[in-house]
Design a protein around this ligand. Sequence first.
Ligand SMILES: [Zn+2]
Length: 71
Amino acid sequence: MRRSREKPVEEKCGISGCNDPGERSMSHKKVKDVLGKNITTDEKRVQLCKAHYREFQKATKVERKLEALRR
Ligand SMILES: [Zn+2]
């Protein structure tokens, strides 16, 4: 009985139109606020693939920078 060698369920990236495997799970609301993309799930947590996670990180970094500049 060794059917699945790795994770039993492969979670996909929750961004609409993206079929890459999920790397990290992020809060649904945050992803929507930051990336402004359609999300294919209603779950509270959304899986992000590597590329989208990087995009998310970049976006939040920019946001933080802008906040710092405003002071
Ligand atoms: Zn993705």
